[in-house]
Design a protein around this ligand. Structure first.
Ligand code: NIG
Ligand code: FE
Length: 450
């Protein structure tokens, strides 16, 4: 389906919004708990046409100047915010890593599991064996999980194929992700995730395949916006990654780097040297790396759910980045090995309590900063010309998005002006849920609010 076909025809005026967070900095703070950077409007309205925002502003003003024949849609929303942006995911894969998870819970390390033949290589085996239909349906399910968390813009990487045929297949699945719900999607080629088992003894042969076969074909078929390399012990050295990223750049792809995740890998220096759009993970990045990224205009992306899920103690630290004027983005890293969760707001909570960010910085990190890490200008904000992708949340105060953690505040998610996801678990205590509400996925009686 063409994403544009998601948009309802004609204009609609959305009203009934107690607080509208636009993420376009306001001239002045509008209340104690509404910092300037949020661009919050109280008692607001949103005029939408053809899937785009025409105007945002106070309801009274917009109501007065919008012709009466334009339909009004009252949202009855305590809070509306831009659709969230998840700028680093590995959405397309088959199989699971339950055995790895169990081993890690008994104290075996992530890299030790990889040395024993588990880890990324085991997901590669399952992914190569899966059909395009299976991969598409699995990715669609994960995209729906993200939608339920309010995510409307997403980056998706390949990296579990690691052969030319299989990597291209994964990118084709990524490219079709907008067909499902209309998401704004960017695709990243991660053929240099690790050296696949059949080339372990001779990594150079695999690097040549990446350089000579994969990258030119990915570029020729327009299957990716970015190329990424996992720069880490056991994956690729900075010298190997440099050759791959330079080739990608010469073919017109933007660059991303998995940097300083498990140790000081040199990934940040490389990202800065090559002018990557983002450097991601950064658990072992400090002031020196922050300075390099700031000077080169690289967006730092923190993935603290991976740190949490791997049982590591060394969370990425925001202070060094904030000190040089760089506000990090936050992302899920949704993948089977190190972060099996679509909960982007939980990464915001981790950003606050483990990485040293304020709730205000965390909200920027899952909206405009994440959009910057993907080079996207029309998501992560609500402003004239932006996509009409927004979230209706039941939080009366925006700080609650991170404070009431791991409880999803998302009531409805809109993409291109259309409601594409609605929470449906509110079943009364004495009501019989019946087959109809069961089919909607009802979760009776949790009643968790605000
Ligand atoms: O971002 N760091 C490399 N890649 C993923 C993990 C992939 C996996 O374990 O399957 C990450 O954490
Ligand atoms: Fe990753």
């Amino acid at each position: 389906m063409n994403p544009a076909s998601h948009a309802p025809a004609g204009p609609t005026l959305f009203t009934g919004i107690q607080t509208l967070v636009t993420m376009v900095p306001a001239q002045a703070a509008c209340a104690d708990t509404q910092p300037r950077s949020l661009g919050a409007i109280l008692d607001a309205a949103l005029l939408v046409q053809d899937g785009r925002v025409l105007e945002v502003g106070p309801r009274a003003t917009l109501e007065a100047r919008t012709p009466t024949q334009v339909p009004r849609q009252p949202l009855q929303a305590p809070l509306v915010l831009p659709g969230l942006v998840d700028c680093h995911t590995h959405l397309v894969f088959a199989g699971n890593r339950l055995a790895d998870f169990e081993a890690r819970c008994s104290g075996v390390g992530y890299q030790e599991i990889a040395r024993r033949g588990g880890g990324i290589a085991s997901t590669v085996r399952a992914t190569r064996a899966a059909s395009v239909e299976d991969l598409t349906s699995l990715a669609r399910d994960r995209l729906q999980h993200l939608l339920a968390q309010g995510v409307t813009c997403v980056e998706a990487k390949s990296g579990y194929g690691l052969s030319t045929e299989s990597e291209l297949r994964l990118l084709e699945v990524c490219r079709r992700l907008p067909d499902h719900f209309g998401h704004n999607v960017r695709c990243t080629f991660l053929g240099a995730h690790v050296v696949p088992p059949e080339h372990r003894a001779d990594p150079e042969t695999y690097i040549q395949i990446v350089l000579q076969e994969m990258l030119p074909e990915v570029a020729r078929r327009g299957l990716a916006d970015f190329a990424d390399v996992f720069v880490e012990e056991g994956a690729f050295s900075p010298a190997q990654a440099r050759r791959i990223l330079q080739r990608a750049r010469s073919l017109g792809l933007g660059l991303k780097v998995h940097a300083e995740q498990m140790g000081p890998s040199g990934g940040c220096a490389l990202a800065a040297e090559l002018g990557a759009i983002s450097a991601d993970h950064l658990d072992y990045a400090g002031p020196a790396e922050a300075r390099l990224l700031a000077d080169a205009g690289v967006v730092p992306v923190f993935l603290p759910a991976a740190t949490l899920f791997l049982g590591h103690r060394n969370f990425p630290a925001a202070k060094a980045f904030l000190d040089v004027g760089l506000s990090p983005a936050l992302s899920t890293d949704y993948n089977p090995g190190s972060a099996m969760s679509p909960n982007l707001l939980l990464t915001g909570t981790l950003g606050c309590v483990q990485c040293g960010m304020t709730p205000e910085q965390a909200l920027g990190a899952v909206t405009i900063r994440a959009a910057a890490a993907m080079g996207v200008e029309d998501s992560g904000i609500l402003a004239p010309g932006s996509r009409a992708d927004f979230v209706v949340a039941d939080s009366p105060d925006w700080r609650q998005l991170f404070y009431h953690f791991a409880v999803c505040p998302v009531e409805r998610t809109f993409i291109l002006g259309r409601c594409v996801w609605k929470r449906s678990w509110e079943v009364g205590f004495n009501e019989d849920p019946g087959p109809a509400s069961q089919a909607q996925g009802g979760r009776p009686g949790t009643g968790a609010r605000g």
